[in-house]
Design a binder for this molecule. Structure first.
Ligand SMILES: Nc1ncnc2c1ncn2[C@@H]1O[C@H](COP(=O)(O)OP(=O)(O)OP(=O)(O)O)[C@@H](O)[C@H]1O
Ligand SMILES: [Mg+2]
Length: 245
């Protein structure tokens, strides 16, 4: 891969039932950084994430992940992505560790420390209960474990902090930062909790009505707002968008 962009989309579009849900979406995610993807309900975040992970086929435009066109559905690329998209689905009758074992077999990975990964996300490796008994937060933690356990180069996390308690949110923020710093991963993350994104993101992308309306560094946002606030910046952009529409 020559480019510094681990994700690069150009004029990406998606039509559902003759409605253009994603329009001319151009985004640029730099390797080794955290990119916070923001937008109101229905703006198109999950749809973009699904196209990037080959769960949906774009209607127009191009997207490259690790330099490879996503429509090629390259196994090499897909093996190097870890993702949580909407609500993670598990084998309900299996334990957390067994779910991870199934995932690793599917990913063709061996010699991975399952217990260590469970502990990294705050789940006990001693818990052999089936996932059907898990709370929302425990399921989310297991989803994060599954996204990271095969040590992908790129994490695509759609609202991964949903349902976590305050301690869990802090632990996951620290985990994401350490994965980038110590394992060289790149993270594309969406969340409606702007204070969480503010604390970890290097770059912010804002999507409104299916269009990327802004791509800006967190440092620039801090220099542009009176109280260094991503929330203030985001509301200002949404206001401009409404006036423009
Ligand atoms: N399979 C589908 N068929 C038809 N329309 C869809 C489909 N999936 C998504 N949409 C529409 O696409 C638009 C974008 O939805 P998407 O789920 O990508 O938004 P989002 O930004 O992830 O929102 P949220 O913050 O609520 O998760 C919405 O108008 C939604 O109704
Ligand atoms: Mg969504």
């Amino acid at each position: 891969m020559d480019s510094k962009w681990i994700i690069e989309t150009n004029g990406l579009g998606k039509v559902f039932d003759e409605v253009e849900v994603i329009k001319d979406c151009s985004m640029h995610v730099k390797q080794g950084t955290i990119y916070g993807f923001l937008g109101m309900n229905g703006a198109g975040k999950t749809t973009v994430f699904k196209m990037l992970t080959s769960l949906l086929t774009p209607t127009s435009g191009t997207a490259k992940v690790m330099g490879i066109d996503i429509t090629s559905r390259s196994n090499e690329v897909l093996r190097n992505i870890g993702s949580i998209i909407e609500t993670p689905i598990f084998h309900e009758h299996l334990s957390a560790a067994e779910n991870l074992r199934v995932h690793l077999a599917y990913m063709n990975k061996e010699n991975v420390d399952i217990d260590k990964t469970l502990e990294m996300v705050g789940l006990s490796s001693m818990n052999t209960k089936p996932v059907s008994t898990f709370s929302l937060g425990m399921r989310q933690r297991l989803g994060i474990a599954r996204a990271i356990i095969h040590q992908p180069k790129l994490l695509i996390l759609d609202e991964p902090l949903n349902g976590l308690d305050p301690m869990g949110i802090r632990e996951m923020r620290d985990l994401f930062l350490s994965l980038v710093k110590n394992k060289g991963m790149t993270i594309l993350i969406s969340s409606h909790i702007l204070t969480d994104i503010e604390q970890i993101a290097d770059t912010i992308g804002i999507i409104a009505n299916g269009r990327i309306i802004d791509e800006v560094s967190m440092a620039q946002i801090k220099s542009k707002t009176s109280n260094d606030s991503l929330e203030e910046y985001f509301f200002q952009k949404m206001k401009e968008e409404l006036e423009y529409a």
